[in-house]
Design a binder for this molecule. Structure first.
Ligand code: GDP
Length: 298
């Protein structure tokens, strides 16, 4: 996803190689090139501005150190600022002192939420947890079934309203799932909520009601990194309508420009916690800002 951006940044930084000293004009010219590369990759403008201002200030103020030549110093600064934009430290899941830990998923339909539920469940099993999936998308025909299929693949049970009992109330299902988790000794509950194709008031209200009812330890906003600038707009809408504690980027294996994904953390103030990069359950991991920055800088 970040191939073009990566190529551009690498070549801008390579142009500095072999220079003895960098003048202010050199730094300004480099900053300008980086700015263009970021904007072309769809990174949100306010994020680009902050990033470039930091690079310029730090590069101009940098002491000439014995260990690094000027070009290496700029590369180091760009790397550190990229890590900062991406959130700095890896943010781990916060687990409840009294299990079950409740993780609620929110996001648009098609964002990869159901797939993510399975991936997260499988990942948690790998960490020694015993998750329970909970189907709270009761509007879309087949959503419950899809979650069950994903759960089976992940080897994790799914809690859903009994068929034939009407559509069921998602808030009620979420609430009852916590009792079920206690009874059957699941230490993590993953609540999948209904998404819509676009930002929708009723969807937001329902998600907010579920949040209020079950007081999750984490609310993860799931966003398709392929949707470009809309990722940032959607994130802002969910932040204001439901609120979330972390972001999951999906479809990082796609060939879109990806810069919007790089902006979500800075724009919403919430950390990117997981990344999904394929359709298979194992195409998933915790998000590490430092590793992502290294990948982008080649
Ligand atoms: P939901 O509507 O948010 O529950 O989304 P789904 O989980 O049903 O995913 C929508 C589509 O995106 C499905 O075809 C998934 O296979 C696909 N998908 C989900 N995550 C990824 C990913 O990380 N990479 C790719 N390439 N496809 C994904």
């Amino acid at each position: 996803m970040f191939d073009t951006l990566s190529d551009r940044l690498t070549s801008v930084l390579q142009n500095l190689r072999g220079r003895g000293r960098l003048s202010e004009a050199d730094i300004d010219a480099t900053a300008r090139e980086i700015r263009i590369a970021l904007l072309e990759a769809d990174v949100a403008l306010p994020v680009v501005r902050t990033f470039i201002a930091q690079i310029k200030e730090r590069a101009k103020g940098a002491e000439v150190s014995g260990a690094l030549n000027p070009a290496q110093q700029v590369v180091k600064i760009v790397n550190e600022e990229l890590v900062a934009i991406l959130g700095g430290e890896t943010r781990r899941l916060s687990l409840a002192k009294n299990p079950p830990t409740v993780i609620m998923l929110a996001g648009l339909q098609g964002s990869g939420k159901t797939t993510l539920a399975g991936k997260l469940a499988r990942w948690l099993v790998g960490q020694g947890h015993t998750p329970l999936l909970v189907a709270c998308d009761l509007q879309r025909p087949n959503a419950v079934n899809q979650l069950q299929v994903v759960g089976e693949r992940a080897g994790v049970p799914t809690y859903a309203p009994e068929p034939g009992n009407g559509v069921g109330d998602p808030v009620d299902v979420a609430r009852r799932s916590i009792d079920e988790a206690r009874r059957a000794q699941h230490d993590v509950v993953i609540v999948d909520t209904a998404g819509r194709l676009g930002v929708d008031e009723e969807m937001m209200r329902q998600a907010a009601d579920i949040r209020e009812a079950v007081q999750p330890d984490e609310v993860l906003f799931v966003v398709d990194a392929m949707i470009g600038q809309d990722a940032v707009n959607t994130a802002e809408a969910f932040r204001d309508g439901v609120g979330f504690t972390g972001v999951v980027l999906t479809k990082l294996d796609g060939d879109a420009r990806g810069g919007a994904a790089l902006s979500v953390r800075e724009v919403t103030g919430q950390p990117i916690m997981f990344a999904s990069n394929g359709e298979k359950l194992e195409d998933f991991d915790a998000f590490h800002p430092d590793r992502m920055a290294s990948r982008i800088l080649g």
